[in-house]
Every structure is written in C-alpha cells, then in structure tokens.
Design a protein. Structure first.
Length: 211
C-alpha cells in the first residue's frame, strides 16, 4: 500500500482527511501497525526534519500533530489488541518551580508520533514525583524540561532522587529547554540533551536502541 497520501495529509495538517484515509485503509485490510510505522511515524519524522531545517515553525508542527493524533486515536484500540510493540515508554515533565509547558507538550507530541508511549506528569513536578513515576510506570526514559535558569539545578536533584529511589540505573535521563546545553547535561549526569522537539525524538530512539 502507498502511504504517501497519508504522509501528505498529516504533514499539511488536514486532520479530517487524514482520519478518513486511515479508516479507509483499515477497511481495505491495511494493518494498524503498518499505518502507524509507514504513515504516521514517517509523516512526523518528515515534519521534524522540516522544523529542524527552519522550513516550518511551531504552528505548522502543531497542526500536523493534531492530524497525527486524530489518526492515532483510530489506531490505538486496534494496536492494543494486536502484537504491535511501542518503541518504549517515556515519562516527561517540567521540573519543580517551572510552569512552562509549550516546549514539553510539543516534545510529547513528537514522541507519540514516533511510536513512544508518553506519560506526561505536567509542570512544577518535584524530584520525588519524578522518582515515584519511574517506580510506578517503569519507563525507558525520563524527560526533564526547564525554561528558567533558576530551575535548571532541579534537574540534578531529580537525578539524585532517582538514585535515592534505586531506579537511576533502570532509566535514561534526557533533558531539554532553552537555557540548557549539552555541556550542562553532561555535568549533571544526564544521558542526553535535545535542543528541540525533533531532536528529542531522535535522541529518544537512539537511547532505546542502545539498551
């Protein structure tokens, strides 16, 4: 089956037509996992590349994500019934003292579009809450977001909390946010740094494939 039309519809943010295409494909016998991999994930990968290249911006990414999520809502019950495995599970949140969530939300959308199961803890999340979420959800990755320079040190505290709870060795830690750098990520003991949502998706795939 040719998925180029679905990729185009998602990329252009035509949610209604993308959902209709998905339903028709299922009726024609397409596998839900194939639609996810060759259609939705391929589309969001392309959107990520366009965003990183500066050819589209946040509004275009969001409308594409909306179309992707409409299709994903159709597929998810079928994927749950089948044997299609997700790429992994990621717990994300904005650290304690910081209530900015736009960047985190876009990262979550890109991760879902890449086939990850995302558990979003929201904003102003304490180090203990991150650690408890790792114990409860057993994710492959924890994603920490901060937009304020004053909240950056909380990321180090989160990593310490993971160590105190005895779960640091079970997860990879990825950090991101406007004031962060790759050097700072290494300094606090994180496993990866991503400067934008598209790179976060790529880094997450690298982290789970390295396990």
């Amino acid at each position: 089956m040719d998925f180029s039309e679905l990729i185009r519809l998602v990329t252009e943010g035509d949610a209604g037509e993308a959902e209709a295409w998905t339903r028709r494909a299922l009726q024609d016998g397409a596998e839900p996992g194939e639609i996810l991999e060759r259609g939705l994930i391929a589309a969001m990968d392309g959107v990520g590349r366009l965003y990183s290249a500066g050819e589209i911006y946040v509004p275009e990414m969001l409308v594409a994500a909306r179309a992707m999520k409409r299709c994903l809502a159709v597929l998810q019950p079928l994927l749950a019934q089948g044997d299609h495995a997700s790429r992994g599970k990621i717990v994300i949140g904005t650290v304690k003292g910081d209530i900015h969530d736009i960047g985190k939300n876009i990262v979550g959308i890109m991760l879902e579009g890449s086939g990850f199961e995302v558990v979003d803890l929201g904003v102003d999340v304490s180090p203990q809450a991150f650690a408890e979420a790792v114990v409860e959800h057993r994710p492959d990755i924890v994603g920490l977001s901060a937009l304020l320079t004053t909240t950056m040190p909380v990321m180090r505290t989160v990593i310490s909390a993971l160590e105190e709870f005895g779960v640091r060795e079970t997860v990879k830690v990825m950090v991101g946010g406007a004031p962060l750098t790759d050097e700072y990520a290494r300094e606090i003991g994180a496993d990866a740094y991503a400067s934008d949502a598209a790179l976060a998706s790529a880094r997450a795939r690298e982290l789970v494939s390295a396990v």
